[in-house]
Design a protein around this ligand. Sequence first.
Ligand code: MG
Length: 377
Amino acid sequence: MSELACYAAREDNSKGRIFGEPQPEHRNQYQRDRDRIIHSAAFRRLEYKTQVFVNHEGDMFRTRLTHSIEVAQIGRTIARALKLNEDLTEAICLAHDLGHTPFGHAGQDVLNNCMKDYGGFEHNLQSLRVVDLLEERYADFPGLNLLFETREGILKHCSRKHAVKLGDLGRRFLEGGQPGLEAQVANIADEIAYNNHDVDDGLRSGLIATEQLKVCELFSDQYDIVSRQWPDLSERRLIHEIVRRMINTLVGDLIANSRTKIDQYQPADIDTVRSLPVPLIGLGEEILNKHMELKRFLRKNLYQHDRVQQMTGKAKQTVKTLFEVYMADTGLFPKDVQLRLNKEEDIAGASGRARVIADYIAGMTDRFAIAELERIN
Ligand code: MG
C-alpha cells in the first residue's frame, strides 16, 4: 500500500475486532478482511442476485457480483488518489451488498413488509448481520469477525431503533457524525458504478434509448464530444465510449472536490473525520447536479419501466409467498436452518422464527427463490 495520509484508517488506530486474533502473517488486517469477504458464501451468491434485471432475464446484464467488483475498482482508484486505505476501501465495497435479498430492491421492500411485526428488515443491517453472525467459517467465533472500520463502512444507513442496539457502531446514527473516509468513498463509488452500468444495461436491453438519454447533461456532454470526434462510430462503441467517459468525469470531479474539502477541514486523524458535521468525500455542485439528474432519469425511465415493473411484481409475490408458507409450515427447511429456527423460536417465539426465515430468504439467489417457490407451493 502506498503511503497513507494522516486521516486514513490505519492499523495502529483501528478499533479492532470483536474477538481478539493474532496479527496476520503475510497480509495486513484490511487485506485479511477483504479475503474473508471474498471467501464467504454470501459473496459467491451475489453472482445470481439481481441488480435491476432479474438474473435469468439474460446473461449480459450486471448481477450484484459484477456490480460489487465494479464498485471496488472505482473505490480503489479514488482511495489511492486521496492516500486513503485502499485495502479497507476494497473490503467495504466488496461487502456492501452482502445482505441484499434476491430480486434487488423489490425483494427488500416486500421482506421488510413481511417482517413489520417482527422488527423489520433493512438490507444494510442485513449485510452487517451476514458478516457478524450468519457466515459460519470459524471455530472460535460466529461470522467473519471483521474490523470495526470495515463494519462501520458496511453499515451505510440504519434506523434509530436498530442503531441503539449496535453500541459504538450505531452511535453516528443517533448523535450525528461521519464514518471514516474509506466508508465515504465506498458509498459514492457504489452510486457512480450503478448509475453508469444501469445506463449501459438499460441501453443494451432496449428499455431506454440513446436519444432519450440526451436530456441528461452528464450523458449529452460526452455524447457530443464522442460523436463529433468519431461521427461513424457503431452504436455499441459509442455507448461504451460515453459511459467510460462519464465514469471518468465523476471520479475526476470527486477526487478534486474531496481534496479541496480535506484541505479545508485538515482532519488530523480518522476520529476527527468521524466528528465532523459534514462528509468530506463528495462531488462538486455542478457535477453532483448532473449526477442527480441522471439518477432521476433512470428511476423514471428504467426502474419504473413497465417491463421492469412486471418482473418486480412477480419477484415481490415470490418473496411474500415464501415468507407466508414458511411461517405457517414447519418442516420445510434444510436441517441446519431447522435447528436454528427451533432455537430462536424457543428464545423469542414468532419473532425468532420470523428472523430465521428472513435470514434464509435474504440469503437466497433469484433462481433458488423461484425453484423453492415451486417446490413448496
Ligand atoms: Mg450497491
